[in-house]
Design a protein around this ligand. Structure first.
Ligand code: MIC
Ligand code: SF4
Length: 653
């Protein structure tokens, strides 16, 4: 039988395992990317491997998250990253060059390659036909060292596109429709592969919007075929030789097919506080808007900025709206300048923010208290904007622009609109932007002489300790469904500068849910956290595992996990447990003590997940129930060793 695109890329990179959905596989990684908020930990871990140079085809270290330099901390991180890149043979993308996913797509993305990135939106690369996967920094460090990436062979879901986007409907509306149907839990263990005649009408930038926000499905990745549009994208950037065609065989199969008629898509929004809480704009039209922000790795291409400029042309941002734009990359910013798009935006009253993550990660531009903010971003979890009681709606650039002018949510089709084509200008701007803000890897002899700069903000990562065979753990916190990594370890201007300092950042663990968590957990010594469905959705930040680990959390017991967070827990020695019967969740209260025995024997069993059951006794209530260690046999060996670093040191692969 024929293969789909996902299977073709995996087959070409398979090191171990069988390509059967649900089996453990290991794949070779061609490229890696890191960003500054996760990068310091990744390079600190890479340093402990004792290698002279990265072993990938290409590795890039980006600085795009922590660009607010309130004091020396972020700058210390940047300098550490720059010197580590020079020392170990990586490209370094200087702050200002752009958001990692946008900049990587434009400069390094190649169809058919594998990319592992320490950021959950790494699947942006799927827009150009890469198999691009988000992971914790430690997994990326292993890949930089030439190690395989271990994962469960995903189910491949086909998304069949037909028709063409009408009027002011946008790529964002495609992914919002997928989220509406599939939900934020729907994608766990899956790759969404787009196919059908509708694909040809979408530019690579539009495809990348779709694959980027596929992360919100909880999916392992999302991917488009590589076709003429992909070739044009590469050729426009002087990289035509990197193109190759990649499409599913005519008899390829998908586990399931989702059909979307692009011509029937209307502008939509994800309402507060979840990316899958999607409604057509017609149902929420009229809601007064206080803030509009265009940008983030989802919607910050020249196509996006130009669409906004078209809608606001000759008009002014409504007096009740504070509007901002953060272009995705320096090349985009230059193209916007050359094409007159930037001038039109400035004239209309947009505030121009730097080419970085900025407001998406709560780095400035927080909305007013109780305010309504329309953002072209990918996440609207409560409080992520920096304002706890703000209502954030995720929309397309077209919808955001219309609201900026109208001062309320309106259908962008109410405005005269013709989608502009600035391909030629984009080509010129790319040439002008060049590689000036990218520092290329040094030759080995020079690299070996580089001294790594370690300012006082750079603290080594504390080592995990293996779980004992028998534990009695008090429940330090009982949380509900859909706990996000922003709940477990918030970001924002206050916390992000502490990403390289675990003892300090740990004080913010679970602070969104309970400000005193860190004190209580520390006083308890060892503890367990209980949660509901889809625990750990959102970001790849391993700080959401390292922080709790540092505070003595030994296990997390929930109804289900999000993929990347579960892998991060394993890497840092925290045991991920799921209730065999979800009804047992209701029988536990915060403060109860849970006793588990015979943990080591279960961790040592070499068979599948079904073998990994444990009896948990609630010694406070005098009840007992079954929990499952919800990971494959290799991950159980890692847990037995106390985490990925001790496992690798002991020769584990
Ligand atoms: C995010 O969007 O939450 C981030 C910041 O980009 C994260 C990474 C991080 O927490 O550092 C992500 O999505 O992985
Ligand atoms: Fe940056 Fe936001 Fe994209 Fe995360 S989602 S990489 S914070 S722009």
């Amino acid at each position: 039988m024929g293969q789909n695109v996902t299977e073709k890329i995996i087959a070409a990179h398979l090191i171990a395992g069988k390509m059967e959905a649900g089996s453990e596989i290991a794949i070779r990684i061609d490229q890696t990317l890191t960003q500054d908020a996760t990068g310091t930990m990744a390079y600190l871990q890479f340093e402990t491997m004792g290698l002279d140079r990265v072993k990938t085809e290409l590795s890039v270290s980006y600085v795009d998250h922590n660009t607010l330099q309130e004091d020396w901390k972020n700058m210390d991180d940047h300098r550490y990253l720059q010197s580590a890149a020079a020392r170990y043979g990586l490209y370094f993308s200087r702050p200002g060059n752009g958001i990692c996913h946008q900049a990587h797509l434009e400069r390094f993305g190649l169809p058919g390659k594998t990319l592992l990135g320490s950021d959950s939106h790494t699947p942006t690369g799927g827009g150009i036909g890469m198999l691009a996967i988000g992971a914790g920094g430690l997994d990326v460090a292993v890949a930089m060292g030439g190690g395989a990436f271990n994962l469960v062979m995903p189910q491949v879901i086909g998304v069949k596109l037909s028709g063409k986007l009408p009027g002011a409907s946008s790529a964002k509306d495609v992914i919002l429709e997928v989220l509406r149907r599939e939900t934020v839990k729907g994608g766990v263990g899956k790759v969404y592969e787009y196919f059908g005649e509708g694909v040809a009408s979408l530019t690579v930038a539009q495809r990348a919007t779709v694959t980027n926000m596929g992360a919100e499905l909880g999916a392992t990745s999302s991917v488009f075929p590589s076709d003429e549009k992909t070739r044009d994208f590469l050729a426009d950037r002087g990289r035509a030789e990197g193109w190759k065609e990649l499409k599913a065989d005519p008899d390829a199969a998908y586990a399931r097919v989702v059909e979307i008629d692009l011509s029937a898509l209307k502008p939509m929004a994800a309402k507060p506080h979840s990316p899958d809480n999607v409604s057509p704009i017609s149902e929420i039209a009229g809601i007064p808007v206080d803030q509009v922000v265009i940008g983030s790795c989802t919607n910050s291409s020249l196509d996006d900025l130009a669409a906004v400029a078209e809608i606001v042309r000759g008009k002014t941002v409504n007096p009740r709206v504070s509007a901002g734009i953060a272009p995705g990359s320096r090349a985009t910013l230059l193209a916007a300048e050359k094409s007159g798009v930037l001038g039109e935006l400035i004239r209309a009253g947009f505030r121009i923010l730097e080419s970085a993550c900025g407001p998406c990660i709560g780095m400035g531009f927080a909305p007013k208290s109780g305010g309504v903010s329309l953002r072209t971003f990918n996440r609207n979890f409560k409080g992520r904007s920096g304002t706890a009681d703000a209502d954030v709606y995720l929309v397309s650039p077209e919808t955001a622009a219309a609201a900026a002018v109208a001062g309320k949510i309106v259908d962008p089709n109410d405005f005269p609109f013709k989608r502009p084509d600035f391909r030629q200008l984009s080509i010129e701007a790319t040439k002008v932007a060049g590689d000036d803000m990218l520092i290329a890897p040094l030759p080995l002899e020079q690299a070996l002489k580089v001294e790594i700069e370690r300012g006082p903000n750079i603290k080594p990562c504390p080592a995990p300790v293996a779980i004992p065979d028998r534990v009695e753990l008090p429940v330090a916190l009982k949380a509900g469904d859909d706990v996000t990594t922003d709940d477990i370890m918030p970001a924002g201007a206050k916390v992000l500068p502490l990403r390289s300092n675990i003892p300090e950042i740990s004080k913010f663990a679970f602070s969104r849910l309970d400000a005193d968590f860190w004190k209580r957990a520390q006083a308890l010594g060892s503890s367990v956290v209980v949660g509901g469905l889809n625990y750990g959705q959102g970001s790849s930040r391993e700080h959401a595992a390292i922080g709790p680990m540092y505070l003595g959390v030994k296990a997390i017991l929930v109804k289900s996990f999000a993929r990347i967070h579960k892998a991060n827990l394993v890497n840092y020695g925290i045991v991920p447990l799921v209730f065999k019967d979800p009804a047992d969740y209701a029988k536990i209260e915060a403060g109860d003590k849970l006793a588990i025995e015979g943990i080591h024997a279960v961790l040592e069993k070499d068979a599948g997940v079904a073998q990994a059951e444990l009896t948990v006794r609630n010694t406070t209530k005098g009840t007992s129930f079954t929990a499952i260690i919800d990971v494959d046999a290799r991950s159980r060996r890692i847990l037995r060793a106390g985490g990925q670093v001790p496992y690798a040191k002991a020769g584990g692969i």
